[in-house]
Design a protein around this ligand. Structure first.
Ligand SMILES: C[S@@+](CC[C@H](N)C(=O)[O-])C[C@H]1O[C@@H](n2cnc3c(N)ncnc32)[C@H](O)[C@@H]1O
Length: 380
């Protein structure tokens, strides 16, 4: 049956509406989990995601330069550790594996020492994957890793982990849950505001600031915080460096901006509609309020992506590419063309109004350092 907008509901909307009819409204985080990762109907599991032929471009998808710079960064971190015999590179949210391929193709010095593990949700995207060992999130990865220092790399992962949502009403902060409109056969999903207990209301006030206007909203990153806690804990005894690259904000900023600016939906390289419309058809993503991750562990270092790439000598790679092209021109084949393209790729990767403004967040736990990870924000 068509909904009020005249469209037939998608199969996942119907499934979620029926689930709500049986068990009551669900948290926004649970909704995002279904919309993105339902094993057959979720956005990612249906083949959506990063890439020119998919839905949005990420830095690795701009071209191989990003992976080449990360190969340099990896060598730098390996050298800082004293060039150990074994180094684990745990790439979480590896998408279609583009970064893994370009990083390895750049031939970092540590390549022969690298245990490169790619972690994704399920295995559906992995049939063509040539690089490293593939693990699923259902398996505790720590059980599979050699006892060696770990570098965790997560490019645009955290913005795609399920997140909760709260809203300030005239009665104070409430959770934004997801219900149906009373008739599950219509598959129409609606927001339901649920009361929060006092400690959670106080948490919202502390994060958003008491002057946040009625109507203000906040993403709640419990899942990202739990993920960060798990990754930091991997470093017990062997040491870990977690490098997460993402678009960031703060809770206070979020509460003072229109929520549709920081909670976005994408499909086919364009913005999509309301996140409750046609789940499974688009990506649902949020900026990351870094203050909520500080509650787990403040980052050791924060740089913009532009600064990070400059620190790891993107300019030298661009100059080398230009030289290659100048020496051979088109007779140098693909390698020469790739060299010439580096200048354009660098422009996109360091653009201060785009990818260059992303944050590179690093948490460094040296081997043997005591690890104490407190509970993340606003645990449900
Ligand atoms: C925005 S894409 C980024 C892909 C890739 N890193 C890139 O930069 O092109 C986010 C990826 O994270 C994956 N993902 C989400 N939750 C995950 C989890 N808990 N563990 C591993 N991967 C996850 C998604 O399936 C998706 O492929």
């Amino acid at each position: 049956m068509a909904d009020r907008s005249g469209r037939d509901p998608g199969p996942l909307a119907l499934l979620i509406a029926r689930h709500i009819a049986e068990s009551g409204p669900i948290g926004f985080d649970e909704y995002v989990g279904h919309a993105l990762y339902h094993p057959t109907l979720g956005f990612y599991c249906r083949g959506g995601g990063a890439g020119r032929r998919r839905d949005f471009l990420t830095s690795p998808e701009v071209g191989p330069l990003f992976g080449a710079v990360l190969a340099r960064a990896l060598d730098h971190w390996w050298h800082e550790l004293g060039e150990p015999e074994d180094l684990v590179l745990l790439e979480v949210g590896a998408g279609p594996g583009t970064l893994a391929r370009s990083l390895r193709a750049a031939g970092p010095r540590c390549l022969g020492h690298l245990h490169h593990v790619l972690v994704e949700v399920g295995r559906t995207q992995w049939s063509t994957h040539p690089d490293g060992v593939v693990s699923t999130v259902d398996v505790p990865v720590s059980a599979e890793l050699p006892d060696a220092p770990v570098v965790v790399l997560a490019n645009e992962l955290m913005d795609n982990l399920p997140f909760g949502l709260v809203v300030k009403t005239s009665q104070g902060w409430c959770e934004v849950a997801v219900g149906n409109d009373g008739d599950p056969t219509r598959g129409r999903l609606v927001e339901v505001f649920r009361e929060l207990d006092d400690p959670r209301r106080r948490w919202c006030d502390d994060r958003a600031g008491e002057d946040a206007p009625v109507g203000a909203r906040l993403a709640v990153h419990s899942h990202a915080a739990a993920w960060l806690g798990d990754m930091v804990s991997l470093g017990a005894n062997r040491g870990v460096r977690v490098v997460a690259i993402d678009y960031t904000s703060t809770s206070e900023e979020m509460a003072h901006r229109p929520w549709t600016e920081w909670l976005r939906t994408y499909a086919s390289h364009g913005r999509s509609g309301h996140p409750l419309e046609d789940p499974g058809s688009c990506d649902i993503t949020t900026e990351i309020a870094v203050d909520q991750l500080d509650l787990v562990k403040p980052p050791t270092r924060v740089r913009t992506q532009a600064q990070f790439l400059a620190d790891h000598e993107i300019d030298a790679l661009v100059a080398e590419g230009r030289r290659r092209w100048d020496q051979t021109g088109i007779t140098g084949g693909l390698k020469a063309i790739e060299g010439r393209s580096r200048a354009l790729e660098a422009e996109a990767l360091t653009d201060p109004t785009g990818l260059g403004a992303f944050s590179v967040l690093e948490w460094v736990v040296p081997p043997g350092a005591p690890i104490r990870v407190p509970a993340g924000p606003h645990q449900r």
